[in-house]
Design a protein around this ligand. Sequence first.
Ligand code: DX5
Ligand code: ZN
Length: 224
Amino acid sequence: MQNLVIAPSILAADFARLGEEVDRVLAAGADWVHFDVMDNHYVPNLSFGPVVCQALRRHGVSAPIDVHLMIRPVDRIIPDFAAAGASLISFHPEASDHVDRSLQLIRDQGCQTGLVFNPATPLDVLRYVIDKVDLILLMSVNPGFGGQAFLPGTLAKLREARALIDAQDRPIRLEVDGGVGPDNIAQIVAAGADTVVAGSAIFGQPDYPAVIEQMRSRAAGMPS
Ligand code: DX5
Ligand code: ZN
């Protein structure tokens, strides 16, 4: 399995000081910046667009920006996020009329691709497009809001997705998003995740290095 990536979701950050918050969380040991894009159509909430991604790049953020599109449709804005500095763009298959074409569009824009699966969405589509997928993201909450409780059924789905990935001849990241924190990261990693999104578990804490270190040591099976 690949090295553990911790991707704080900026949805939970202090948006009045976003650049500073992202600098702090990366300096505290986070690996990626998780970008929860919401359109108030596909999910009942509205967050931010490419302009915020561009602002972070101009601010000097060089870490991977992991853009999670909780929007419908997806194709029109993929080039805008690529131009704004996205490293990886993931979307929900239900939100694209042509999943294979949307994946190809992301790759054509020079970004890595991801497919995002809601708690009730089966992994079946992967049978036909896994060769175009660089990351599989399992939602462990119903999308739209941070601060929700982790859905334990996600663990079995993680094991299912891990088996699918391990049958491939190339690395594919397995990410989980929603209700992740120090208290459950060990079982989440044990079930097969190598990339975790955490919003409120990190940005809700005063000491970012401490909570990120705690998550890493819990994930490694060490009590902390
Ligand atoms: C749901 C969002 C949240 C967010 C993480 O649509 O995608 O899952 O990233 O929020 P926390 O870590 O606070 O559950
Ligand atoms: Zn997300």
